[in-house]
Design a protein around this ligand. Structure first.
Ligand code: ASP
Ligand code: MG
Length: 495
């Protein structure tokens, strides 16, 4: 069986839902379990309703609900269901849910408080609505869809708005409620992403964007063949196409590569959300609802099909470089520990670290908005050393960016660094600092913010990422056993 998760844009209106249904039909043989997000924008709208209500603005909250959610969902139903009777039934069922949300909003307005727990109760309605509509529409189109309440399937801890699923408890529920539907092969279960419930049944959510997490958990519990993540792009790209118009879709990534890319700001699946799939070695595939023929990006334990050394270049901008300098640091143990303890105490996230081997400076990168706080914390922590001149300077350089070059094949391959620096040298781009993780899956370069796009373009070009690897990368062709451009197989053909 497979898990198919569709994101908000994939179910945003009647036409999109129609596509989703046909895509599910095309996978019928593979026993799909369908996980849906709320209609795009719904979760945000519900959040705004809850916030308005909590500020005592009941009328505004109800109006927002009406304009932002009620009307829109009714329209989708009108556009999707033909049979007047089925349509009536579905609209009645939705109306019941709207009524519940109205009551909740009134309650929030009266109490004037919005706890994480009550927020989850409100937010979870989005996915309930989208799945109710999709299930009815699938049934009308002859698919044996069966609606399942995710709150009976996904048991979570009590961390409202950021709940974590409890695997053992959830496994029991999946065994009891989900597997029987699949066993007779007759049903297509449709359930909500993002939503779960505590062991005693209180509604929780897994954090924004949490539908991927739901899909990964269910996939792991069902030991799915594959988890398909349907979205509105063709997959993960070699670079941001707004920066590099020639960027291409990457056919295959390893879990580690995907994690590196996501860490460096690429819009890939969040590592936390796919961990359950990673642990069981279940492949994921990112696919485009609006271009279902495209092969998408497969994310697997080990990526052999696309044996490029460098697979993608990404940049994070709006960063600052913090520098701690001084000859007094030479050979003194514990300075680095104190630096990072001070920063951690301020809850500042460090994106990259480097220390020169002369040990006279430690520099690291933080988000620009955190620079002030980092400086303050460090100057306080090293007050004595600054006085005694053991540390000469603690400073920040603003407007820098990290350019990350990612690919598992960089590991143990000589010459990658040289190529990167040649490309940057030719483009006259100054490199402020560099770091390579010991996994050798990524090489990170700090450049001036204004140079970031040009750096991404130069490196992209140097590694010829705009070209299909299987015809132009001799190493790749050799490893996939290709003799000539004519010997293409579907496995390694390009999109
Ligand atoms: N609907 C939720 C959100 O917008 C969850 C999701 O779409 O993954 O965050
Ligand atoms: Mg969403």
């Amino acid at each position: 069986m497979i898990v198919m998760k569709f994101g908000g844009t994939s179910v945003q209106d009647a036409a999109a839902m129609e596509r989703v249904i046909e895509i599910v039909r095309s996978r019928r043989e593979r026993q799909p379990v369908v996980v849906l997000s709320a209609l795009a924008g719904t979760t945000d709208a519900l959040q705004r309703c809850a916030e308005e209500a909590h500020r005592g603005r009941e009328r505004e909250a109800l109006q927002l609900l009406e304009d932002g959610i009620v009307v829109r969902h009714r329209e989708v139903v009108e556009g999707l269901l033909q049979d007047p009777m089925q349509r009536r039934l579905l609209l009645d069922s939705l109306e019941k849910h709207f009524q519940e949300v109205r009551m909740l909003l009134r309650g929030l307005a009266i109490l004037g408080e919005l706890t994480p727990r009550s927020l989850d109760t409100v937010l979870a309605y989005g996915e309930r609505l989208s799945t109710l509509i999709a299930t009815a529409a699938m049934q009308e189109r002859g698919l044996p869809a069966c609606w399942l309440d995710a709150r009976e399937l996904l048991v979570t801890d009590e961390q409202f708005t950021q709940a974590t699923p409890l695997p053992a408890e959830s496994a029991e529920r999946v065994e009891k409620y989900l597997k029987p539907l699949l066993r007779d092969g007759a049903k297509i279960p449709v359930t909500q992403g993002f939503v779960g419930a505590t062991p005693d049944g209180r509604t929780t959510t897994l954090g924004r964007g949490g539908s991927d997490y739901s899909a990964a958990i269910l996939g792991a519990l069902l030991d799915a063949e594959e988890i398909e993540i349907w979205t509105d792009v063709d997959g993960v790209m070699t670079a941001d196409p707004r920066v590099v118009p020639e960027a291409r879709t990457i056919r295959e990534l390893s879990y580690t590569e995907a994690a590196e890319l996501s860490y460096f700001g690429a819009k890939v699946l969040h590592p936390k959300t796919i961990r359950p799939a990673i642990e069981r070695g279940i492949p994921l595939r990112i696919l485009n609802t609006f271009n279902p023929e495209a092969p998408g990006t497969r994310i697997v334990r080990e990526s052999a099909r696309e044996p490029r050394t460098v697979k993608a270049i990404t940049a994070i901008k709006d960063l600052s470089l913090i520098n701690v300098e001084g000859r007094g640091m030479l050979g003194v143990p514990g300075v680095a520990a104190r630096v990072f303890t001070a920063v951690a105490r301020e809850r500042i996230n460090v994106l990259m670290i480097s220390q020169s081997s002369s040990e006279q400076s430690i520099c690291f990168i933080v988000e620009a908005t955190a620079a002030e706080g980092a400086l303050r914390a460090l100057r306080e922590a090293f007050e004595r050393e600054l006085e005694k001149r053991l540390i000469d300077r603690i400073s920040a350089q603003d407007d820098v960016a990290i350019v990350a070059v990612v690919g598992a094949g960089m590991r143990g391959t000589p010459g990658i660094g040289a190529k990167v620096f040649r490309a940057l040298g030719e483009a006259q781009i100054n490199v402020i600092s560099i770091a390579q993780g010991s996994s050798e899956h990524n090489l990170s370069l700090v450049v001036a913010r204004g140079d970031a796009d040009e750096a991404v373009r130069a490196i992209h070009k140097e590694f010829r990422l705009e070209e299909p690897y299987d015809t132009n990368d001799p190493a790749g062709a050799a490893r996939t056993g290709r003799r000539g451009p004519g010997a293409r197989t579907t496995d390694s053909a390009n999109p």
